[in-house]
Design a protein around this ligand. Structure first.
Ligand SMILES: [Zn+2]
Length: 313
């Protein structure tokens, strides 16, 4: 069953997504033990495909009136990523002869993410293993010109990561971003992140469709600094890496009462026309939710009008 056909799935509702996506049972231990189909976390829904978990929740809890809740995220007991050691994987036959700006552009993106004010929007969050830090070490990219598949299947992408990454970061802070040349088609999402193991080592990984000419996943960067396809994967890359750092595993770390992670809560809203990274590169990139900013009233509004988003502009 395709995730994109299920409009009521919550984004980080790892349990619900896993159970439904894989058509298996719904217990947390079941998929943790299996590890064959890791949960699809932090789906970055395309414009117009965003689920409405609130409606489902209200229907479920319609009987007793609930007091209104803070939109802030709460901590769920798990680990965070104190740092991230990133690599990009460009997967698909067309990357072999690719001459555009996406590969060089994403190399710059990952280098510049480290210590950027944008990365620092994640650093207020702590977990059982410490605090999210601003440092990210980019290990470069690999091109795999075999045919890409599997956007709807986390285990396929995990297999690709384990195939390409011969020595995953043994600290478990490896994050492997898989950029395919597969168009989104009818899928309701632009990207997602998940986790698993390669040879017993915990890895974070993320999946990205080819978003060229895809209005549903386009941040509409008009700066002229990047191709549209690069601007689109750069925007969703910020969403996924931020979510991986603040909610990388199961049990989860930071998400709200509806299962939304910090990227989800600010998806498709932008605090500035361009955000400057630490290496001077500039990106039109969505902000990330900050509990502190919401509480202080210093963020910009998300699509629900809640002022908790920061882009580190
Ligand atoms: Zn997300």
């Amino acid at each position: 069953m395709k995730i994109g056909m299920l409009p009521l799935l919550v984004c980080s509702g790892a349990l619900a997504i896993t159970a439904t996506a894989q058509g298996q049972g719904n217990s947390q231990t079941e998929y943790l033990d299996a590890q064959k189909n890791p949960p699809m976390l932090g789906i970055h829904w395309a414009r117009g495909f965003e689920p409405n978990p609130r409606a489902a929740e209200e229907a479920k809890e319609a009987k007793p009136a609930r007091p209104s809740r803070s939109p802030n995220m709460t901590y769920h007991g798990g680990v965070i990523m104190p740092t991230s050691n990133t690599q990009a994987i460009f997967w698909g036959t067309s990357w072999g002869s690719y001459s555009g700006d996406k590969i060089t552009g994403m190399d710059s993106w990952y280098k510049g993410f480290s210590n950027s004010n944008y990365a620092k929007t994640n650093t207020e969050y702590t977990g059982s293993n410490g605090q999210v830090g601003p440092v990210s070490n980019y290990g470069g990219h690999t091109i795999d010109t075999s045919a890409s598949t599997g956007g709807g299947n986390t285990s396929t992408i995990l297999s690709e990561v384990c195939k390409v990454v011969k020595s995953p970061d043994p600290t478990g802070n490896g994050y492997y971003a898989v950029y395919t040349d597969t168009p989104r088609g009818n899928a309701g999402y632009c990207a997602w992140h998940s986790f698993g193991t390669c040879g017993g080592i915990r890895v974070q990984f993320a999946y990205f469709f080819k978003l060229d000419g895809d209005a549903g996943c386009n941040p509409n960067d008009t700066s002229g600094q990047h191709s549209q396809g690069l601007a689109a994967i750069a925007n969703v890359s910020g969403h996924e890496l931020s979510e991986a750092m603040t909610d990388p595993a199961s049990p989860g770390a930071w998400y709200d009462s509806q299962g939304a992670e910090n990227g989800d809560k600010c998806a498709w809203t932008f605090g500035a026309p361009l955000v400057t990274f630490s290496n001077g590169t500039q990106w039109k990139i969505q902000g990330e939710w900050s509990n502190a900013a919401y509480t202080a009233g210093t963020g910009y509004a998300n699509s629900s009008g809640q002022k908790g988003c920061l882009s580190g502009k």
